[in-house]
Design a protein around this ligand. Structure first.
Ligand code: FES
Ligand code: FES
Length: 156
């Protein structure tokens, strides 16, 4: 199918691309724009590993067409740190030992960011529920939940 021009705002930067109307959001972020922190696993909406934020809300980039994200604000894990300063969630994930293989970590942190943006002081249950759509094969989730609660306590 013929490619079409499309504008995206990725981590605050305008990106003008020619996109296949059938291209997935994952494909333009990872393959075209080189955001290696956007991971992929099941490709069918089951694992949550491919989560990015579009206009601040978590979306599965393996299911969303890139053209659906035209003219919208997309956030990947590369967009959270401010220079050398890690985002509070990133700091707490490291400090609490919530990162093992790291494959789920970008999706977990972005999902947690959206959760805390809506609910800055979540309960443990709310954090567990909020992250339940993203699979982690390594940590058993306990340290991930602790890290999110610690970031919330820090007022972020
Ligand atoms: S790779 Fe998108 S939900 Fe699994
Ligand atoms: S840290 Fe390995 S999948 Fe979550």
């Amino acid at each position: 199918m013929k490619s079409m021009p499309a504008t995206f705002y990725v981590n605050g930067v305008r990106r003008d691309l020619l996109v296949d109307p059938n291209a997935l959001l994952f494909e333009i972020l990872s393959d075209d724009l080189g955001h290696s922190g956007v991971h992929r696993n099941c490709d069918r909406g089951d694992c949550g590993i491919c989560t990015v934020l579009v206009d601040g809300e978590p979306v599965l980039s393996c299911l969303m067409l890139a053209v659906e994200a035209r003219e919208r604000q997309i956030t990947t894990i590369e967009g959270l740190a401010k220079g050398a300063e890690l985002h509070p969630l990133q700091k707490e994930f490291v400090e609490k030992g919530a990162v093992q293989c790291g494959y789920c970590t970008p999706a977990m942190i972005l999902t947690a960011k959206a959760l805390l943006d809506h609910n800055p002081r979540p309960t443990k249950e709310e954090v567990k529920n909020g992250l339940s759509g993203t699979l982690c094969r390594c940590t058993g989730y306990v340290k991930i939940v602790e890290a999110v609660l610690a970031a919330a306590e820090g007022g972020k």
